[in-house]
Design a protein around this ligand. Structure first.
Ligand code: FES
Length: 104
C-alpha cells in the first residue's frame, strides 16, 4: 500500500474541492461534512474535468456538468448515462493531523 501525505487536516475546508497532482495523475480531493472523497479528475465519458461537477454528499454522487453523467462516490460506478465506465476513486484518511491518500 502506498500512502502519501497531501496536507494537514486544517488545510481542507468543508464543502470545497482541491486539485492534487501526484505523478502524472490529477486528483480531485473534496472534503465533505463527514468524510473526504478523492477521485481522478477526469470524467470517463469524454474526459472533461470532474472538478467542474456537482457533488451531492447526501447521495454520495458526483454529476459531470458537461453531459450529465452521474457517478457513485462509494465505488465509482456509473449511476447515469451517457458514461458507461466507472471513475477511479482513492481512499483518503486522517492520521494525527495529516491527510493521507492511498494512491494504489
Ligand atoms: S464528459 Fe462528463 S458526461 Fe460527458
Amino acid at each position: 500500500m502506498k500512502d502519501k501525505i497531501i496536507g494537514k487536516d486544517k488545510d481542507f475546508i468543508v464543502g470545497k474541492g482541491y486539485i492534487i497532482i501526484l505523478g502524472s495523475e490529477e486528483i480531485l480531493v473534496y472534503r465533505g461534512k463527514k468524510s473526504f472523497f478523492a477521485l481522478k479528475n477526469e470524467c470517463s465519458h469524454e474526459k472533461f474535468p470532474l472538478s467542474d461537477g456537482i457533488i451531492n454528499e447526501d447521495k454520495c454522487s458526483i454529476t459531470c456538468i458537461h453531459h450529465g453523467a452521474k457517478f457513485s462516490l462509494n465505488d465509482g460506478s456509473v449511476l447515469s448515462f451517457p458514461a458507461t465506465n466507472k471513475i477511479k476513486l482513492y481512499k483518503v484518511y486522517i492520521k494525527d493531523t495529516d491527510v493521507y491518500i492511498d494512491i494504489n
